[in-house]
Design a protein around this ligand. Structure first.
Ligand SMILES: Nc1nc2c(c(=O)[nH]1)N[C@H]1C(S)=C(S)[C@@H](COP(=O)(O)O)O[C@H]1N2
Ligand SMILES: [Mo]
Length: 249
């Protein structure tokens, strides 16, 4: 039989530390579950509201909205076109859908690390521009969105062959979350230059700063820079990107 041995100072310390750690683990376990669950809460499904969303439904394509907004009802929605154009006016969704259809597959890259891929369908900016006849001094468009988000894109970017005014995503009408009824897809620019839930296009003479460039350290130009990307649809494994549109995956 082992004789009784008083604890050495080291053994006592080790035992105290183990007890403290297991107490901490017991305290943390239910809280961790609650914390994990709270991230899954979806405040908007089944309501008149839509907003930023990271719930399980959107884990492979996050939802960003500047602030929660009421869902758009197509029968009440028109796209207003104003500013430096010869023929300002309003377009119904039906009129926009009558423009020649175009389709691109592209990756949307948020400046906050993540990206995700989809097939987008819509029409070319020029189809609309021809109808409203921009003044020669118009340099770009300030997009006004239903959540009071604004973003500016130059006519050059809007006329780029990879840029699309999208009404559909992966073969279905845009969801409220992804920008129903109309959004910009500009794959060479960060996500913040891809305004959703557009209500007005204002043709302007000079460059404007959109919502994110005004509040954060984000360039008003928004061209994707070289760096590391964490694609949500590829398990967030880091991918090096060379800058510009992500075409490698
Ligand atoms: N109206 C509106 N459009 C927006 C935003 C926004 O806050 N409001 N966020 C932008 C940002 S930062 C990103 S990354 C993309 C995300 O698109 P998604 O929500 O369809 O994933 O939307 C962009 N368009
Ligand atoms: Mo973003």
């Amino acid at each position: 039989m082992r004789p009784f041995q008083p604890l050495t100072r080291r053994a006592w310390l080790a035992r105290t530390l183990r007890t403290a750690l297991s107490a901490l683990a017991a305290w943390w376990a239910p809280r961790r579950r609650a914390w994990g669950a709270s991230k899954e809460i979806d405040y908007f499904t089944g309501t008149e509201w839509v907003g930023k969303n990271r719930s399980a439904r959107f884990e492979t394509f996050y939802i960003n909205y500047w602030q929660p907004m009421r869902r758009i009802h197509p029968e009440r929605w028109t796209l207003e076109v104003s500013g430096r154009v010869a023929r300002p006016g309003r377009f119904t969704l039906e009129e926009l859908r009558a423009f020649p259809r175009r389709r691109i597959a592209s990756r949307l890259k948020c400046v906050e690390c993540w990206s995700a891929r989809a097939v987008w369908t819509g029409f070319a900016f020029d189809a609309l521009a021809r109808r409203v006849a921009p003044h020669p001094e118009a340099a770009g468009v300030l997009f006004h969105c239903a959540d009071e988000y604004t973003e500016y894109l130059s006519l050059e970017t809007l006329r780029h062959p990879r840029t699309l005014l999208a009404t559909h995503m992966d073969g279905a009408e845009l969801s409220d979350e992804h920008g129903f009824p109309l959004r910009v897809i500009a794959p060479m620019k960060y996500g913040y230059k891809n305004p959703k839930a557009i209500v007005r296009m204002e043709f302007v003479e000079g460059e404007r700063w959109g919502t994110w460039s005004r509040i954060g350290p984000y360039s008003p130009d928004g061209t994707i820079l070289p760096g590391t990307d964490h694609p949500l649809d590829l398990g967030k494994t880091p991918h090096r990107i060379p800058g510009g549109e992500i075409t490698g995956y």
